[in-house]
Design a protein around this ligand. Sequence first.
Ligand code: SF4
Length: 277
Amino acid sequence: MKETKIEWCDSTWNPVTGCLNDCPYCYARRMVTRFSGGARFDRENPEEMSGVYLRKLSDSDTGKSYGVGVEFTKPYIDEKGKKEAYPTRFNPTFHRYRLKQPKVWREPKNIFVCSMADLFGAWVPDEWIEEVFKVCEDAPQHNYLFLTKSPARYLKLAKAEKLPQKENMWYGTTITNPDSPYIFSSTEKFNMFLSVEPILEDMGVWGRSVGEKNMKWVIVGAETGNRKDKVIPKKEWIDNLAKECDKYGVPIFMKDSLIPIVGEENMRREFPRGLKL
Ligand code: SF4
């Protein structure tokens, strides 16, 4: 049963939330701000959160500090007795009590893992990622789809033999223009896909790399929300991307945000083999 409005998956699962990338068009941050009620959290001055485990976050390559992240072993209840889904707002947070969820879901699902975070951001400890992977491997009835703006982290994990190579694990990269980094491996070992969302420019002949780099799927969507500099894509950008996908036999999934641009009759909602349940 579908439990999310995100058209290309059945459910989301958010054992880690929060992201420090600060993309101006971020949908997740907008949602968290809307649903985090009175929650307040200061990453540099976190004493007011008692009863939780605080952990220093830093980039293991550069040593750059990212303040602290928070680990919860049980749901956070505020002073009014209300369960807070985002008690630290959009700060990096590991909700360890959510790790049981995939096992509870018996029916196979396509699960978007950490839709409210970038699980592979430089500030995320390897251990958080490894614990999430372990849960995925222990509940193999599902497909797991990951997305990041930091595909280099995939490569780093793969080199350290920490990136599971499984039929049901799909490693996606979010890009918005032809200059976004998206290559993490030129091997066929891993299921790789691209999410071009929000599409902010014509991708040109960039699609050539989709074929060469063995991308197995492309998702594309327009920016949502009402920010001042919101980009409305041109129909030809979507047509060009679809053409490039066709050239290399890569399925393309157009999100509903594109209906006003391409028209319902031209919408393509294709899935790669392996993600059709
Ligand atoms: S990477 Fe994703 S979650 Fe993070 S700020 Fe950007 S859009 Fe939001």
